[in-house]
Design a binder for this molecule. Structure first.
Ligand SMILES: N[C@@H](CCC(=O)N[C@@H](CS)C(=O)NCC(=O)O)C(=O)O
Length: 387
């Protein structure tokens, strides 16, 4: 329903309210009210949960939170919607005039149209009498252009948040249930509330090397992220892209020092620890050195444990409060949780890394993390069915 351009409802409004001023007012009202409503709603939704929690901790009542946090935070969105709302209201009035007027210019247009007069000619192909009543003829090209502009304007801001385009345009990821890098992207999409479709590429059976997938990602790894036909690879680049197209909730802080800290924590696993345990490395150990399952498992345990120990040392210097960068989960937490998933695969004990374990528990208590865990993916469930 919300995807219908409001002005397309004008004929229904005329049927419901008849020809006259009421139809014009209702058309204008409907065009504007959704825009302002959704913007206000979006503003209320994007309030930093940290402020609300802080106010609650300070003992603020619900009404005080509404007055001091919710209303001031939403005002920017309300005012931002007022500027397009004015032009929308004008469009509504013009459309109402075209369709539901009982006198004046709108009425003359309707009468002319009914007589088949257009473009300065009467319905029989003769030049119309300009002085005659009803001689005003709308130019269909101008009328069409007005509708197109109105529809385009609606499409641009009608949802109240231009960044919602990301959702409207459709997102796909090529991933795999077991892939830690795919997990990172899944969590980021879910934290941002961006729906997506996941296409499975079985990297254990070698599907990443098939020509079809190589055409999608020349690196022959997952994940690959597709947005409106445009592809992005490398989980960190994908998460930064998501942050650019939809800023709220923020996963990467704006402050340069915090930003650098978030990226450092992320790269510790993305660039250093995780690549050492990927299938291509494990497969090469077998091919080049004849390593069988046991030494390969030890290899995986060694590098996964190294990664956990490094995170424990880093987090000991700046304890999570409750997440690595503060009250909200960020890119850093996504990456640390991914490293912990490596430990889940290998059934490693986390007691030697209590800060990391505590942080991971808080992450996996959130639905975005919990539902992105490899063991929660349909591929894992299918592979383990009947075991
Ligand atoms: N640094 C990359 C890692 C990509 C990567 O290595 N993905 C693994 C799955 S987690 C993969 O596709 N491996 C295939 C292979 O090793 O052949 C990222 O963060 O996206």
């Amino acid at each position: 329903m919300n995807s219908i351009p409001r002005i397309a409802l004008a004929p229904i409004i005329v049927l419901a309210f008849g020809i006259g001023d009421v139809s014009k007012i209702v058309t204008s009202w409907i065009v504007v009210v959704f825009l302002v409503f959704f913007n206000t709603f979006e503003g209320a939704r994007s309030i930093d949960g940290g402020f609300i929690n802080a106010a609650r901790l300070l003992g603020a009542s619900e009404w005080q939170i509404t007055r001091t946090v919710v209303i001031p935070s939403t005002m920017a969105w309300v005012f931002a919607s007022l500027s397009p709302a004015i032009s929308f209201a004008l469009i509504g009035v013009i459309v109402g005039e075209f369709i539901g007027a009982e006198r004046g210019i709108g009425r003359l247009i309707i009468e002319s149209e009914a007589r088949g007069e257009s473009l300065g000619h009467d319905g029989r192909g003769h030049r119309a009498d300009v002085g005659r009543r009803g001689a005003f003829r709308p130019d269909p090209a101008i009328a069409g252009l007005s509708f197109a502009l109105a529809t385009a304007q609606y499409g641009r801001v009608g949802c109240g948040d231009e960044q919602r385009w990301a959702i409207a345009m459709g997102i796909q990821i090529y991933g795999f249930w077991r892939s830690i890098a795919s997990f990172r992207v899944r969590v980021a999409l879910k934290l941002k509330g961006m729906p997506f479709e996941e296409i499975s590429v079985d990297i254990l059976s070698g599907e990443q090397f098939k020509p079809d997938y190589e055409a999608v990602n020349a690196e022959r790894v997952v994940p690959t992220f597709i947005h409106d036909g445009h592809s992005v690879f490398q989980s960190l680049a994908i998460i930064e892209y998501l942050e650019d197209i939809q800023q709220e909730p923020r996963l990467i802080p704006k402050d340069p020092r915090e930003r650098a800290y978030a990226r450092s924590l992320a790269l510790m696993t993305v660039a250093d620890a995780h690549p050492l345990v990927t299938p291509r490395v494990r497969n090469h150990l077998t091919k080049a050195f004849g390593a069988d399952a046991h030494p390969i498992e030890n290899w995986g345990k060694h590098w996964t444990t190294e990664g956990l120990a490094i995170y424990e040392r880093i987090l000991a210097r700046r304890p999570p409060e409750p997440f690595a960068l503060g009250v909200e989960p960020s890119l850093a937490d996504i990456c640390i949780a991914g490293q912990v998933i490596g430990a889940h695969f290998l059934k490693l004990e986390l007691s030697a890394y209590p800060i990391v374990a505590g942080l991971a528990d808080r992450c996996f208590a959130l639905p975005a993390f919990a539902t992105s865990h490899p063991f929660e993916q349909p591929g894992y469930k299918a592979a383990n069915a009947g075991r």
